[in-house]
Write a protein that binds this ligand. Sequence first.
Ligand code: ARG
Length: 557
Amino acid sequence: MIQTVAKILEQTIESELTTVEITALLEKPKHQHLGDLAFPCYTLAKKFKQAPQQIAQAIGEKIKHPFIQDVQIVGGYINFFVNQSAVTQQVLTNIVCSKDNYAQVENNGQRIVIDFSSPNIAKPFSMGHLRSTVIGNALANIAQKNGYEVVRVNHLGDWGTQFGKLIVAYSLWGSKESIEKAPIQELLKLYVKFHDEAEQDEALNVKARAAFKALEDQDAEAITLWEWFKRVSLEEFKGIYDQLGIQFDSLEGEAFYNDKMQGVVEELNAKQLLTVSDGANVVELDDMPPCLITKQDGATLYATRDLAAAFYRQKQYSPEKIFYVVGNEQTLHFNQFIKVIDKMGYTWAKQLQHVPFGMMLKDGKKMSTRKGRVILLKDVLDEAVQTAKQNIQDKNPALQNMEEVAHQVGVGAVIFNDLKNYRLNDIEFSLEQMMNFEGETGPYVQYTYARISSILEKANFTPSNIDLMELEKQAWPAILCLQDYPKAVKEAFEQVDPSIVAKYVLQLARAFNKYYGNTKILVEDSARESRLLFCYCVATILQDGLKLLGLKSPSNM
Ligand code: ARG
């Protein structure tokens, strides 16, 4: 609509301003009685050295277009009242013709790497990792919808001194059977025990360092153990990814960069960026603490691996951007190593972007999957599915594929709860709230979709005749919303914020339900086809929006 009005204006004022300039000036009036769009004439007034009101009057008189029902001049503004049935016709036709491709931007030949999820081997998959997984996946879908090719990278935490500790702990106290049974739980126990014992016994730390050194030197026995820890941990993570319906293009974790760090260290050296501080090699930075590159014993660090990873990805994928979807407690780390790349003289440093997010809270406190009260993520998801099942059983006891739907609704509720708020906000984890079929929830949107699906099914509807549009006035807010979908998709990408899409689907569902509450859709009158077509379009966009966020849309629930 905004484009069409901008074009009409551009032609009327004979290209004094470009469509882009006009689009930027067009406003949405605060009140419906002021029209659908308003154009302030102050810029033009300056150009022509005339009063804005005079200009508005002159332009307003010239505007004649089938799309515009009425034009009113208020002060220096031209208020446009669009022809609702023409707009409706246009919007619905667009959706029917493009279906899932509505709002899909053509491939722009550019690539984006998204580094997300990235749990640590032998440690529980934390709430932070869940947030990273859910946000990263949605961003990946949104970037694709905006025309980018996306590389989904899981930068597994599979290297570091903790593996020395684990190897020692396992050789002292471990049992193969119990690890096979519950890998991460057992490995975590060993890790905790190691720390307890090492407080008394410094020799353990010495052993652990030696074990890690052996691992770094590719000692066969150490490597075999490490590979085993990694395999069993990944199997457990895979259960979570399957539940969430998430896949990666690359599982190249920290260990992958073992043979790629030397080059970076040498280059830093050659560029005279390394200084020695307490025996360690660091890069001094202006307005933040130095970035640690190698320890006294030559061991590399988390930052060294991220440096190597950035160079590798740059070479391998030539990306337009790399997003690192990682909690805001790692902000300093990202600022540091990105600054190091900048200091090395690489302009692509500014294409690396940390995408931070807030914490998951339960009853206002940080939800932790570690320490004493271990909450396993798998249990959290299972509980969500159970709750969904109870809710659905109450509403629809005869539902055929109950298990599958309960899964889609339970997991969907967790994902939506995460994505509906701006990512930097902390979010509260309340099963009861996120599962509410009437609230601002995933189930609410899914339920709206299912409701429409069953109407369409009852009518045995397939879209055909779209020439004739007779739709009730009450549909107008939802039509405007449908029209805005491409804008929401674009903004979500530009602001790197999936909550824009989540809020969008909520708004569309709400607008539809208002209409639905006032209208008998299936009544056999002349407008029935139009109503059904409208329903079909709302369902199409709800489904597409949910898919971007990573939710399924069951057609019955
Ligand atoms: N494994 C890390 C952690 O759990 C997150 C890794 C994030 N990605 C990265 N390239 N640093 O804290």
